[in-house]
Design a protein around this ligand. Structure first.
Ligand code: LLP
Length: 418
C-alpha cells in the first residue's frame, strides 16, 4: 500500500505536502515515511512473535544511515553483503550480534573486519568460501558462526534478474552437497555451523515458493539432526513482494503465519531478511516536469529524474505508479514519462493517462526500496537528496550531491587553472 494520500487536490506523505518538500529541498528528491517503515518492521516482529525469530533488514534495499538508525532503535538485525554495508550498520548504531553477512563473493578484508566486529553469522555460499573462512578465523584465533546457504532449485516466479535459487544461478550450494559440507565443518576447529539458509529471489508475490523453501530447509535440518548436527536457526532470506500495480502478494501476517505453522514444532529460530517489504512502499521519488513534448506519435513528459536516480523501470521494465502532486481538472492525455539521460531506456513510466502542465510535480510511488541505493552518477548527474518525514516534520537525511563532490576523487595528470 502506498504511503501517499491526497488532501484536497494536494498529495501528502504523512502530514507533509510534497509541494512544500519540493520548495524546501528542490527536485529530484527521495522522500520516506518514518511511520510506514516502523509499521512494516513491527508487522514482521508481531507476526513472528509466536516463535524465536530475528528480523535482519536487507541493507541493500535502502542503506541511508538515518533509516538504518530508525531500524536499529527498533532492535532490528541487519543482512549485509559488503564491507560498506557493515560499516554503515555499525555507524548507524546497529548491534553486530544481530548482523548476518550474505553474498557470493566475500573478500578477505570483508571477512576479517566482520570477524573483528564479532557479527552473528556468515551465510556461506561455496566450499572455497568455507575454506577461506576457516583459514581467516584460525589466523585471527576466532570461532566463527556460519550458516550454509542452500540453492534449492525453486522457481519464485518473479523477474529473471531477481531470481536467485535456480540451478543455473550463481547463489548458494547445491542441496546434495550440504551434508558432506556440514560433516567437513565439524572437522574445522574455527567454524561452527549454526544455521541453514536460503534466498530464492525478490518481489515474490506467491506464498507457495516460500513454503517449498522452508520444507527443503526443514528436510535438510532433519537430515543433519540425524547425524547429530543441530543448527540453531533456519534463514528463509527475504523476497516478500509488495504491491506496485495490481499484484496481490501475501500480507506480512499471512506470510509469517504460514511459515510459523511449518516450523513451530521444532525448537529452532527463524531468521528473515526482508528489504523491499519494509521500505518499498514507504518512499517516493519526487520530480518536476521540465518539458511537455508532443510529437505526431507520442506525448512525452520530460522530467528532472532519470534512470540514474531510479533504475528499476529501465532495468526490469518495472511498473511504478506515477501520481500528480496537484490534481488538475483539465483533460488527460497519454504520456511516456521520461528522464533527461541520453538513453532510450531512460523512462520512469509508459502510457500514463495524466492531466499535466509543464512545471508540475510528479511522485513516482513505491521507490523506497532499490531506488536511491541503485542510483548512480551516470551522465555526471549529482545524486538526489533524501528526506525523512515524521508526522509534520521533514528532515534532510542526505544532502544533494554537489558538483565539487561529483569529481572530487578524480585525479588529473596535469593541473589546469580554471
Ligand atoms: N537476502 C538476500 C541474500 C538478498 O540477496 C536479498 C536481495 C534480500 C535478502 C532482500 O530481498 P527483498 O526482501 O528486498 O526482496 N534490485 C532489485 C532487487 C534485488 C534484490 C537483491 N537481493 C529490484 O529493484 O527489484
Amino acid at each position: 500500500m502506498s504511503c501517499l494520500h491526497y488532501n484536497g487536490n494536494d498529495l501528502y506523505i504523512e502530514n507533509v505536502s510534497l509541494k512544500d518538500v519540493a520548495e524546501e529541498f528542490g527536485t529530484p528528491c527521495y522522500i520516506y515515511s518514518r511511520a510506514a517503515i516502523e509499521t512494516n518492521w513491527q508487522a514482521f516482529n508481531d507476526a513472528f512473535s509466536g516463535i524465536p525469530h530475528r528480523i535482519c533488514y536487507a541493507v541493500k534495499a535502502n542503506s541511508n544511515l538515518a533509516i538504518l538508525n530508525v531500524l536499529a532503535k527498533l532492535n532490528s538485525g541487519f543482512d549485509i553483503v559488503s564491507l560498506g554495508e557493515l560499516e554503515r550498520v555499525l555507524a548507524a548504531g546497529g548491534d553486530p550480534q544481530k548482523i548476518v553477512f550474505s553474498g557470493v563473493g566475500k573478500k578477505q578484508i570483508e571477512i576479517e573486519r566482520a570477524i573483528e566486529k564479532n557479527i552473528y553469522c556468515f551465510n556461506v555460499e561455496s566450499e572455497p568460501e568455507l575454506e577461506r573462512m576457516q583459514q581467516i578465523a584460525s589466523s585471527l584465533n576466532a570461532t566463527v558462526n556460519i550458516a550454509l546457504r542452500i540453492n534449492p532449485n525453486i522457481n519464485p516466479h518473479t523477474h529473471s534478474h531477481i531470481t536467485t535459487g535456480l540451478n543455473e544461478s550463481k547463489f548458494g550450494i547445491d542441496i546434495n552437497d550440504i551434508i558432506p559440507l556440514a560433516k567437513r565443518i565439524s572437522t574445522l576447529p574455527s567454524l561452527k555451523l549454526i544455521g541453514i539458509a536460503s534466498h530464492i529471489g525478490s518481489q515474490i508475490v506467491h506464498l507457495d515458493p516460500f513454503l517449498q523453501v522452508i520444507d527443503r530447509l526443514l528436510m535438510t535440518y532433519n537430515q543433519l539432526s540425524e547425524l547429530g548436527i543441530r543448527p540453531s536457526h533456519i534463514n528463509i532470506g527475504g523476497g516478500l513482494g509488495i504491491t506496485y500495480h495490481d499484484e496481490h502478494p501475501p500480507g506480512i501476517r499471512e506470510y509469517a503465519h504460514a511459515l510459523q505453522e511449518k516450523i513451530k514444532k521444532q525448537n529452532i529460530e527463524i531468521i528473515i531478511e526482508p528489504g523491499r517489504a519494509i521500505v518499498g512502499n514507504a518512499g517516493v521519488l519526487l520530480s518536476r516536469i521540465e518539458y511537455l513534448k508532443h510529437t505526431q506519435h507520442k506525448n512525452f513528459a520530460i522530467i528532472d529524474a532519470g534512470m540514474n536516480d531510479l533504475l528499476r523501470p529501465a532495468l526490469y521494465d518495472a511498473w511504478q505508479n506515477i501520481l500528480p502532486v496537484q490534481l488538475r481538472n483539465t483533460e488527460k492525455k497519454r504520456y511516456d514519462i521520461a528522464g533527461p539521460v541520453c538513453e532510450s531506456s531512460d523512462f520512469l513510466g509508459k502510457d500514463r493517462d495524466l492531466a499535466l502542465n509543464s512545471g508540475d510535480l510528479l511522485a513516482i510511488d513505491s521507490s523506497g526500496a532499490y531506488g536511491f541505493s541503485m542510483s548512480s552518477n551516470y551522465n555526471s548527474r549529482c545524486r538526489s537528496p533524501e528526506i525523512l518525514v515524521d508526522g509534520t516534520h521533514a528532515s534532510l537525511i542526505r544532502r544533494r550531491e554537489s558538483i565539487e563532490e561529483l569529481f572530487s576523487s578524480e585525479i588529473m595528470l596535469d593541473t589546469v587553472q580554471y
